[in-house]
Design a protein around this ligand. Structure first.
Ligand code: DQA
Length: 144
């Protein structure tokens, strides 16, 4: 196995599928996990997809990714993207590259979504492609 990729999801992303489907689509997080696992196998990677509504869990999991030598972290921090200096600090405290992901395009939405602490610390950002954003991030992770 060429590496493990952590796929970390923040607040409200457990509701994917029913949450504002006109913005976020109808795929659930389990649907996305299944597709990522299939593609990861082809890429000789494993994905470990997790979701929490609690900022501290995301921080602990970023530290864990470092401890286990993960190849990359794909991070959709939900609204914490726009508020969490702690997630930015965590990205700087570890050597594992962070790929910021969003289903929607935050820049095309309300102004409070235009700033991203996660993006400031990320290797790169993929946003606006719905569930495909996660798949594109996985392709990027494989090439890092
Ligand atoms: C999101 C965009 C954020 O602004 C929002 O708070 C979310 C989802 C996205 O994937 O499009 O919860 O991260």
């Amino acid at each position: 196995m060429a590496g493990i990729v952590f796929v970390l999801n923040g607040p409200n992303l457990n509701l994917l599928g029913t949450r504002e489907p006109e913005i976020y689509g109808t795929d659930t997080l389990d649907d996305i996990a299944g597709r990522m696992e299939d593609r990861a196998r082809q890429l000789d990677l494993t994905v470990d997809l997790r979701q929490s509504n609690h900022e501290g869990h995301l921080l602990d999991w970023m530290h864990e990714a470092q401890a286990v030598g993960a190849k990359a972290i794909i991070l959709n921090a939900g609204a914490l993207t726009h508020t969490s200096q702690a997630l930015y600090d965590a990205s700087q405290a570890i050597r594992v590259p962070v790929i910021e992901v969003h289903l929607s395009n935050p820049h095309a939405r309300e102004s409070f979504r235009h700033h991203s602490w996660v993006g400031r610390g990320a290797k790169g950002t993929i946003a606006g492609f719905g569930a495909l954003s996660y798949m594109l991030a996985l392709e990027a992770a494989a090439l890092l």
